[in-house]
Design a protein around this ligand. Structure first.
Ligand code: DON
Length: 591
């Protein structure tokens, strides 16, 4: 493998969990982000997998990990809105009914496939404040101060979601903002009944809610954790959304909302000024695309690493007859793990915000590079990660949300957006009612030193004023013969990349239906740590022994990710939607 940048470190990565989660996740003991450690998500056996079917619809479909948000999107589509209208409506609704992850206090990416064949990408990732600096998370002796980038106002990036949704609606939507934001306002004002799936998510940070009275007043029920069947009302968020409804993105970036966030930031040691909000911009860009056995995979460019890494993995895998070898076979697991290992080794310090650093995209995606990497895979032996040159691949935060929309005209939208940790920085500015992100933690806190997630990254992703942190989010659209085939994506930090890639390859190579592809136990290899993460049900005892004899080490993790996907069945023309079994509050629905 070609060395792209100086190596900062090549030692096994010990991934530290944020303190708030450590207790709940200690039982699982692993080095993987803890997305959707969901007590109600039953492990899938091969027998169960054989019987699962996607939800089908003739005309249009929405899949998200919160059922009420899905219903909002379907309603908009039924009223004649297009996929972009629905995606904006779901984006605002998710900010209310899925407050861990859906947001107006964070940022993300939208990938759009238009019925006329165009593919466009919208980057509304957060930006670093103008007063940010490369060493802002270090003390006077140059040591990274734990928690500074994750639990304080210093960790908050300038939110991009409101401007992103606004830009998408103005450019490709057909409905006024009032119409698409109205359902979110209603859900916030009237409240909604929490299901066990929602409670499982809230419970993961329930102890932190008590730390701040303005958070406790909303997310605790008279000081106690909410239980299933109770109603969560968010009148302050309703008011904030009403301001956006009346004043558009100006209300957020130039009005009272920005003023309140800036005031809270300044009162709590943060760096924000009104200039940060006034200067914020979103960016339309060209997506990344690559071929895999007749399919065209379209995904996101930097500042995400997702599209490039997914394409690298697929280009390495392309010649191998995975379908013949079979899902879960020794050979498939071996080659998938080795392809991931090599692509992840590349992904780290070469990539960063394209407004600040050059990303060697053509080189990473060249056929020559894929051939070179493939040639280093040994047929019967795991390659120790220490033998692969590159810079240490990061492991990132664990909570985010992805949703997919297809309308009856053939437009498709894939959105992944996030506040990074579950409930972001865990703080709400004054009475704004929404959680702020801690996305700044995705930057390099110090080259060679792991941040709170064990991220060890390089200079390309160092903090600079106005820069966007490198992401793994991967909203992805797949085409076949130029026609829409699949819309997919997931939360899960660095595992987003393998989860999204596997949701596609499970269909394209292993012949699964969309629900099977999303539900199937996953594997993840990210160079370091030098082990393969697997969900229960993937390995038989025999397969595991055979792979261990080849040098593999496995770490069993209960579950990760929440892939929300739609497939257009080329034979029937029907839309096939799959809500990930790991998110029981989610829903695929259409008409
Ligand atoms: O942008 C990123 O890659 C991370 N901030 C995403 C965090 C994430 O996916 C957490 N998800 N479950």
């Amino acid at each position: 493998m070609q060395k792209l940048r100086p190596r900062w470190l090549a030692a096994p990565l010990l991934l530290a969990m944020p303190l708030a989660w450590a207790a709940q996740t200690a039982a699982v003991q692993d080095n993987i982000p803890k997305q959707a450690l969901d007590a109600t998500a039953a492990p899938t056996t091969m027998a169960t997998l054989a019987t699962v079917r996607p939800v089908t619809a003739k005309h249009a479909m929405v899949v998200s990990d919160q059922h009420l948000a899905t219903e909002v999107g379907v309603d908009i589509l039924k009223q004649g809105g297009n996929a972009i209208d629905a995606a904006v409506a779901v984006g605002y609704a998710q900010a209310v009914v899925n407050p861990c992850c859906g947001n107006i206090g964070g940022g993300g990416f939208m990938l759009v496939h238009l019925a006329d064949g165009q593919n466009v990408f919208l980057d509304f990732r957060e930006k670093a404040p103008l007063k940010a600096s490369p060493t802002m998370y270090q003390d006077a002796s140059g040591n990274v101060v734990p928690g500074r980038s994750t639990g304080t106002y210093l960790g908050v990036g300038v939110p991009g979601t409101v401007m992103g949704l606004d830009a998408a609606l103005k450019k490709y939507g057909t409905m006024p903002l009032h119409k698409v934001i109205a359902p979110a306002i209603k859900l916030a004002r009237d409240g909604f009944v929490l299901q066990q799936g929602d409670i499982n998510v809230l419970n993961q940070r329930v102890k932190d809610f008590a730390r701040y009275p303005n958070v406790a007043a909303i997310f605790l029920n008279h000081g106690k954790p909410f239980v299933a069947g109770e109603r969560l009302r968010q009148p302050q968020l309703a008011h904030t959304l009403e301001l956006i409804d009346k004043g558009g993105e100006k209300a957020f970036y130039h009005g009272d909302i920005a003023r309140k966030v800036v005031a809270a930031s300044q009162a709590n040691g943060g760096l924000f000024t009104m200039q940060d909000f006034a200067d914020y911009t979103v960016q339309w860009d060209k997506p990344i695309s690559c071929g895999y056995r007749g399919y065209t995979v379209v995904s996101d460019p930097p500042p995400s690493s997702g599209g490039i890494t997914i394409c690298q993995i697929l280009q390495i895998l392309q010649p191998y007859p995975l379908g013949k070898w079979g899902y879960g076979s020794v050979k498939s697991i071996h080659y998938m793990a080795e392809a991931e290992r090599r692509a992840f080794a590349d992904r780290n310090t070469a990539l960063g915000d394209p407004a600040f650093v050059h990303n060697p995209i053509d080189q990473l995606l060249s056929q020559h590079h894929a051939d070179t990497l493939r040639a280093t895979i040994q047929p019967d032996k795991a390659t120790p990660s220490s033998e692969i040159k590159g810079d240490l691949g990061p492991v990132e935060g664990t909570n985010t949300t992805h949703y997919s929309v297809v309308d009856e005209h053939g437009n498709a939208v894939a959105v992944t957006y996030t506040i990074n940790y579950l409930f972001g920085v865990g703080q709400i500015a004054g009475d704004t009612g929404f959680f702020l992100n801690n996305e700044m933690d995705d930057f390099t806190s110090k080259p060679g030193v792991p941040n709170s997630f064990g991220l060890i990254q390089g200079k390309a992703n160092q903090i600079e004023p106005g820069k966007r942190p490198l992401s793994s989010m991967s909203p992805t659209i797949v085409l076949r013969d130029g026609k829409l085939f699949m819309v997919t994506g997931s939360p899960g930090g660095s595992t987003i990349i393998s989860t999204t890639m596997e949701s596609f390859i499970n269909v394209a190579a292993f012949g699964m239906n969309m629900q099977q592809a999303v539900d199937a136990p996953r594997l993840h290899q990210q160079w370091y740590p030098d082990m393969v993460f697997v969900e229960p049900g993937l390995l038989t005892t025999k397969t595991q022994s055979a792979l261990e004899a080849m040098g593999y080490k496995f770490k069993l993790v209960k579950s990760w990710g929440a892939d929300e996907a739609i497939l257009v069945n080329p034979h029937t023309g029907l839309l096939e939607g799959a809500n990930d079994r790991r998110r029981p509050a989610g829903l695929a629905a259409g008409f």
